[in-house]
Design a protein. Structure first.
Length: 318
């Protein structure tokens, strides 16, 4: 039997990754990626996605006519039926038609989902959720998002926006968030939040090896640089990461108390780079959540790494 292949696209706040995926095994045949840029014209973003898809298909050496379709996981709220990216705070695109122009260009069906929702699909099919029917999958990176699996199926909620844990309010009247709200979890516990706190302390005069690592164009710090500084005991990095992990633990405790999942899967680029973030967040979750679910809820690391979103997006075409 011939392999059934599809294109998966992970559109995040930092990068666009496309891959040719074996739908039966989850194997990534070939992949390509480019940095995501805030866009003035949404069509520029669609063209950029098309370039990454083209590169992945070329590297895989497959006949495009034999592909099952294109699945896209986008960082934001989506209209799955119409294939429209409704709002994406970390990308700068709103009400952007994505499925139709890509379908016309490649001659393949195109399915759109939320980026963390499709990464959750990937973990459900081939990763840390393979043997579990009730879990919450949370990814920490530029922002924070989650997907919910209930009875083995993705739970999307009444309006299709379930799982926006990054916009759980943890500090009333707190920091401004790109969603338009204030005090959201991702403004305190994401990689972006950690970088912001590090830069704030550096600008106040605290000594840090991160001072020369700040990207002057973006005013940010990479996960790898923060992790290296943390491992070396840099006080600025340690203070920022420990605070973020504590706030994340509070968010996780709220999930445990409210939803009572069998398992929580924690992943994303920042989690991979910062093992101690995971451990400190877990300790805070256990301390803050109700006694019985605190000990019964499993907290595990995601298994598919950087490919979770791409693999999961491809599964949308099945």
């Amino acid at each position: 039997m011939a392999e059934k292949l599809a294109i998966g696209v992970d559109l995040g706040g930092t990068k666009i990754m496309a891959g040719v995926v074996n739908l039966s095994t989850g194997q990534m045949i070939a992949s390509a990626k480019k940095k995501t840029r805030l866009v003035a014209d949404g069509q520029d973003l669609v063209k950029r996605i098309a370039l990454v898809i083209d590169e992945a298909i070329s590297d895989a050496g497959v006949d495009i006519k034999k592909l099952n379709g294109i699945g896209i996981g986008a960082a934001g709220m989506v209209d799955r039926e119409r294939g429209i990216l409704l709002a994406a705070a970390n990308i700068g695109a709103n009400d952007l038609a994505m499925a139709e122009p890509l379908q016309q260009q490649f001659g393949l069906k195109v399915k759109l989902g939320n980026d963390v929702e499709v990464a959750t699909l990937g973990e459900l099919a081939f990763g840390a959720g393979l043997d579990c029917d009730d879990f919450v999958c949370i990814f920490v990176g530029t922002g924070i998002g989650s997907g919910i699996v209930h009875n083995g199926e993705i739970l999307r909620g009444y309006s299709g926006t379930a799982g926006e844990i990054g916009h759980m309010i943890v500090v009333p009247d707190g920091r401004d968030c790109g969603c338009g709200g204030f005090g959201c979890l991702e403004t305190y516990a994401s990689r972006t939040a950690v970088a912001r706190n590090c830069i704030f302390d550096i600008n106040r005069g605290y000594e840090s090896i991160l001072r020369d690592k700040v990207d002057p164009a973006k005013g940010g710090l990479r996960s790898k640089a923060i992790a290296q500084a943390y491992d070396l005991g840099d006080s600025v990095a340690v203070r920022a990461v420990d605070h973020a992990a504590c706030i994340m633990g509070i968010g996780l405790a709220s999930v445990v108390n409210f939803y009572n999942p069998q398992r929580i899967i924690l992943g994303g680029g920042f989690i991979e780079a910062m093992p101690l973030y995971f451990e400190k967040a877990e300790a805070e979750m256990r301390r803050r959540s109700l006694r019985i679910p605190s000990f019964e809820t499993e907290l595990v690391r995601a298994e598919l790494g950087d490919y979770a979103g791409t693999i999961g997006a491809a599964l949308l075409t099945k």
